[in-house]
Structures are given as structure tokens and as C-alpha cells.
Design a protein around this ligand. Structure first.
Ligand code: FUL
Length: 460
């Protein structure tokens, strides 16, 4: 009996230690966390038919950009401070923007460039030339392919993956759309995501894989451009699948000390639709709207995937380019105006410390580590009245995401007041306020699980 309870105890403790093992980022996720803002380009038959979801029955000749210029896209993006591009290599209508051997619904069957064109070739070359990262969106849902909805289709999709991952790399991200509707034969497919993911791992081991439920990056639960104010990169999503309904709020906020490390990517379009529509030319989001999205995505522990759809010529429309440049200016107005903080003027829990340098050296691989039992107070003395309007805090992610609650206080020469407060931090937490003149600023980390590891503070 005694023996039995000892065994039970051992089993129990080993179960506890398994369930408490912290989920930490992989190297490929850490590389992805170094990015913040990149472009999505929805381009294909829908660009010409004015649809959002093509039927798969469109004739290939519909696809006929009159002046495709992928260098123009990439130059526009680069000027706007965008770090990479993810293109819809195949949307739900099944049309392939490259001449796939595994489909008869591709650029090869169109009149464009007499069937000799290849959008992926042109865009990947332009990205290489201008130093932008290149990524691929592929919809497993295919409304054209005759094998869709049958056993054979998963292998067709893998064959397509083989082509795009071998011929246009390096690929920084593969984006799997979770939509799953009916194919031409009225059937739905049972997707073999395990096979799809292992194909990506084999051919592009450094590429991160996005889907609603990871494995590397998760969807944020909406297409309106915001992560939760509380946003854990970890999530308990065992048993979840792409397209599952009712999980949006949890995707938006994650779970503290969740089972899987899967940070959020925020996908949103600069226009109402994902594809270009002439009638939406006056509905391009303004720089102010984009800035607000930026603060709610990049500023809330996510990366921003902003869709900028090329038009029927195959170019980025001037209204979109202008909005992108104005948005860049807005970001610089805030983030470009960092206060220079002397580490000698930083007190950590009331004392000077050689560790303060790690907080303001602009290097995200140096960090300040503290036991969570001690409340952490970081006080910065500006030496004179200084106008402030925001802050960015960053955690050192290789050790995981831990901070649960913090507060920012300012000293105006007479008293301390709370300026703002927040919950999670993660990769980046940016908070802004109306310009406020203070001569000292205090960051209080009020609650965390396990250690507090802060790698960066910027005050604007
Ligand atoms: C969704 C798709 O149905 C939309 O057309 C778009 O591609 C968006 C990014 O993902 O699931």
C-alpha cells in the first residue's frame, strides 16, 4: 500500500513537471521576432474579376497584368520601411502564379507574356535585388483542382510546395490559409497539415510556418489589425485546428505559461478588401489609422503583416504608396525620437547598477534579470524637464515571456503620478500618452511568473 502511494507520488510529480515545463521560442521563431512589419500582396485572377474569392472556373486569360513590375512593389515597400513580402502564390481559386507542373490553372495557361511569365520568379528576384525577405501564402483550399477533396490532393499540394520551396528560396515564412470549402466536385478536403509542415521543414528549415494554430506563428483571431492588450506568445491549443470556430479571443490574447510558444502575427489590409478593387481607391487607410494598427500589433507583442494589393497593371497604386510613406513618417515621429538615456542616471530598486547599461544599449541580447519575488523598479533621471510621449519595453525572449503587469510613473519636480499601465510585454510593448513634461520616469514591474528579464527600454 505504502509502495503504491510512493509510485503514485512519483507519477504525479513527473506529471506536474511535464505540465509545468515552460514553452520557449525556437531559433527560427527568435529570428522572426527580430522583424516587425512586412507586406502581404494578394494578387491573382480576383484582381481582374473584382472578386475576393474566385470560383476556380475563371479562364486563365483573365490574369493579364498590363505592366507588371515587381521591382516597383519592392522599391515602394523598401522606401516605406517594410522588411519583406508574402505573396498569394495560390489563393482559394487554385490559380498558380508560377507555372506549376501539378495544375492546369496557372500563369502558363494565360496569355500574359505568352504563357512564359512567372510572378514568383519576378518577385523573388526583386526581393533579392533590394534585400527584402520573401515569403509565400498558399491556400490548401482549391476550388479548381480536379483532385481536391480526394486522397490524392494532399500529395498534389505537397508537390506544389516542393516546387515553390525549391525554386524561389530562401523563404522566410510560409502562410497556410485555414479556409476549407468545397472543391469543383462539391467535396471538402481533409488537410494533412503534418505532411505539409514536414515538407516545409525539410526544404526550408529556417522558414517559420503560419496557420491559425501555428506551429511557429499563430493567427491573432481577427483581420482588423489588433492583438489583445494582454498578449501571451504562449497558448494552450492542444487539439485545436485551423478554421476552428470560437477560439478568436484566445488566439488574440494567448495563455500565460501556455503549452506552446506561438507568437501572433496580425494580418490586415490597407484597403477594405484583400484584393485590389478600383472602387476602393479612396478607401485606403490613412497614416493615422495605420499608426493606430501599428501600436496595437507591433506595440502589443506581434508582427504586422500589412496587405497592399497590386492593381490590374501589376503595380502598387499611388494612393497606397502615399499612405505607406505617410505612415512611415508617423512612425518616425514617435519611434525615431528616442531620448538618450545615460545608464549612470538609472536606479534599479533604488541603487546604481552596472546592469542598467543592458536596458538602454539598443542591444536586445543583453538584459537585466531579476527574481520575480522582488518588485522591480527602474528609475531614470533625465536631469531636467523633458517632454515625453511614449515608451517601448522589451523582454529577453530566449528565457520566455514572463511579465504580467507593470506601471509607468512620472515625476514633475513635485510629485509622482501614474502615466500609464499595462499587462504583458513580450517582444515589444509600446504605450503612448499626450506629451508630458517630466524630469524622472519610473517603470515598475508589478507581477511576473518566474524571473523578470528585460532587454530594452526606449522612451520617446
Ligand atoms: C482568409 C482568406 O479567405 C482571405 O481571402 C484572405 O486571403 C485572408 C488573408 O485569409 O482566410
Amino acid at each position: 500500500m505504502k509502495k503504491l502511494s510512493i509510485i503514485a507520488l512519483i507519477v504525479l510529480t513527473s506529471q506536474i513537471s511535464i505540465s509545468q515545463k515552460e514553452a520557449l521560442p525556437s531559433q527560427r521563431q527568435l529570428n522572426w521576432e527580430k522583424l516587425s512589419y512586412y507586406a502581404f500582396t494578394h494578387f491573382g485572377p480576383n484582381t481582374f474579376t473584382d472578386l475576393e474569392w474566385g470560383h476556380g472556373t475563371e479562364t486563365e486569360d483573365i490574369f493579364n497584368p498590363t505592366a507588371l513590375d515587381c521591382e516597383q512593389w519592392v522599391k515602394t515597400f523598401k522606401q516605406a520601411g517594410i522588411e519583406g513580402v508574402i505573396i498569394t502564390a495560390k489563393h482559394h481559386d487554385g490559380f498558380c502564379l508560377w507555372p506549376s507542373k501539378y495544375s492546369k490553372h496557372t500563369v502558363r495557361e494565360s496569355k500574359w507574356k505568352n504563357g512564359k511569365g512567372d510572378v514568383l520568379r519576378e518577385l523573388s528576384n526583386a526581393c533579392k535585388k533590394y534585400g527584402l525577405k520573401f515569403g509565400l501564402y498558399l491556400s490548401p483550399w482549391d476550388r479548381n483542382h480536379p483532385d481536391y477533396g480526394t486522397e490524392k490532393y494532399n500529395q498534389v499540394f505537397v508537390n506544389m510546395l516542393n516546387e515553390v520551396l525549391t525554386n524561389y528560396g530562401p523563404i522566410f515564412e510560409v502562410w497556410f490559409d485555414g479556409a476549407n470549402g468545397e472543391g469543383p466536385n462539391g467535396k471538402k478536403q481533409v488537410y494533412d497539415f503534418e505532411l505539409f509542415n514536414s515538407t516545409v521543414r525539410k526544404l526550408q528549415p529556417n522558414s517559420v510556418i503560419f496557420s491559425d494554430v501555428g506551429p511557429d506563428i499563430r493567427w491573432v483571431g481577427n483581420e482588423r489589425g489588433f492583438a489583445g492588450e494582454t498578449n501571451w506568445s504562449t497558448i494552450n491549443n492542444q487539439g485545436w485546428y485551423a478554421g476552428k470556430a470560437g477560439i478568436e479571443k484566445q488566439l488574440n490574447e494567448g495563455h500565460e505559461n501556455g503549452f506552446a510558444y506561438q507568437p501572433t502575427e496580425i494580418d490586415v489590409s490597407i484597403r477594405p478588401g484583400w484584393f485590389f478593387h478600383e472602387k476602393e481607391n479612396e478607401k485606403v487607410k490613412s497614416a493615422d489609422e495605420l499608426m493606430s494598427i501599428y501600436l496595437k500589433s507591433v506595440g502589443r507583442n506581434g508582427n504586422l503583416l500589412l496587405n497592399i494589393p497590386p492593381d490590374m497593371r501589376g503595380r502598387i497604386h499611388k494612393n497606397d504608396s502615399l499612405a505607406l510613406l505617410n505612415f512611415k513618417e508617423k512612425r518616425e515621429e514617435l519611434l525615431g525620437k528616442k531620448l538618450k538615456i545615460n545608464p549612470e542616471k538609472i536606479g534599479i530598486n533604488g541603487k546604481k547598477s552596472s546592469l542598467s547599461k543592458a536596458l538602454v544599449d539598443g542591444n536586445n541580447s543583453t538584459f537585466l534579470s531579476m527574481n520575480q519575488e522582488k518588485e522591480l523598479t527602474i528609475e531614470m533621471d533625465f536631469g531636467k524637464n523633458t517632454s515625453t510621449k511614449g515608451i517601448q519595453l522589451r523582454e529577453y525572449l530566449p528565457k520566455g515571456q514572463h511579465i504580467k503587469s507593470f506601471e509607468i510613473e512620472g515625476f514633475n519636480g513635485e510629485n509622482w503620478t501614474v502615466i500609464t499601465k499595462g499587462t504583458t510585454i513580450g517582444n515589444r510593448r509600446i504605450l503612448t500618452w499626450n506629451p508630458l513634461s517630466i524630469n524622472k520616469l519610473r517603470i515598475k514591474i508589478l507581477d511576473a511568473f518566474d524571473t523578470i528579464n528585460l532587454s530594452g527600454i526606449e522612451v520617446y
